[in-house]
Write a protein that binds this ligand. Structure first.
Ligand SMILES: [Zn+2]
Length: 304
């Protein structure tokens, strides 16, 4: 690639995830902190109506709305608000998949799960993003910064950031919906600082040698146990609650039924659960996501 000149920072893709909304609003007022030499950085609130209502979305989840079908739908008043919004965002920052699209989009999210400061990678072949994540991990060590790879034929979805050539999600928690916590706010801010520093160094012509990056690849999703009417009949087991990124082995407790009995994990081999007990995923029939560990290799990159 030639350079990473156009960079956007999205907040409010989910209107009740307060760290990204607050940071982006701060930077819209004063962008000094996110300015870097040779980079044009645009902070942007993606779902202003949901932010105003402090709700995840108004009609439908914006972070699932960037499908080819939605983006090419004839515009009209009958479209859900978030689909119209996706079309506008695609016009400003895309078009998705075209040479005119923004180089990098950071999309700032919070989770109620104990995921720490997670970077979300959409493609194992995105060497630019892998190099950036390697750089960020090194910069914030000894603090950790897990990378979640969402490359999965069925579980991948059409995110707001997917409009960019290099989409990066930031998922920081635990933080309740509608709440701002200083530690979560600060760790998001620090990761973004390092990410922008990396882009500046890249644009200055620095060569990044080959490196390897440990990632957690999305494997499967687990729903809560339910009765025949679809009602949830168990909770995340206390041994699993807050244990995002820790190994879950066959036979380990997974759910606690309301009568006190334990439901154990019966899959094959060790998995690493994440998004454990995420509030927004109850409606998506998802108690947590399982992942497997993998090491990816990033080739050397240098501005052409
Ligand atoms: Zn979110």
């Amino acid at each position: 690639m030639t350079n990473a000149r156009r960079v956007a920072i999205f907040g409010g893709t989910h209107g009740n995830e307060m760290s990204g909304i607050t940071l982006v609003n701060l930077w819209i007022k004063n962008g000094k902190e996110i300015q870097r030499k040779g980079v044009e950085t645009k902070p942007f609130i993606t779902n202003p109506r949901a932010v105003e209502k402090c709700t995840r979305y108004v009609d439908t989840d914006l972070n699932r709305a960037f499908t080819t079908e939605n983006l090419s739908a004839p515009s009209g008043d009958d479209l859900p608000y978030e689909v119209k919004r996706a079309q506008q965002i695609n016009e400003i920052f895309g078009p998705k998949g075209s040479p005119d699209a923004y180089d990098v989009i950071f999309d700032l999210h919070n989770t109620t799960s104990n995921m720490g400061c997670t970077l979300i990678l959409e493609s194992s072949k995105d060497h630019f993003n892998l190099q950036m994540m390697h750089y960020i991990k090194k910069a914030i060590a000894p603090d950790s910064c897990p990378v979640l790879l969402t490359e999965h034929p069925l579980l991948k979805y059409s995110t707001s950031r997917s409009v960019a050539k290099h989409p990066i999600g930031l998922e920081v928690g635990p933080q309740p919906q509608g709440v701002l916590r200083s530690n979560i706010f600060e760790s998001m801010r620090v990761v973004l600082k390092h990410a922008l520093d990396f882009i500046e160094l890249f644009n200055e012509g620095l060569e990044f040698p080959p490196c390897s990056v440990d990632v957690f690849r999305v494997w499967d999703k687990m729903d809560y146990p339910r009765d025949t009417n679809g009602n949830i009949i168990a909770m995340v087991h206390p041994n699993l609650q807050d244990c995002d990124w820790e190994p879950l082995n066959p036979g380990d407790p997974m759910f606690q039924m309301f009568d006190g009995t334990t439901v154990r994990y019966e899959g094959v081999g060790t998995v690493y659960p994440t998004f454990i007990n995420e509030a927004a995923y109850y409606e998506k029939q998802q108690a947590f996501v399982t992942t497997r560990r993998e090491t990816l290799v990033a080739g050397a990159i240098k501005k052409a």
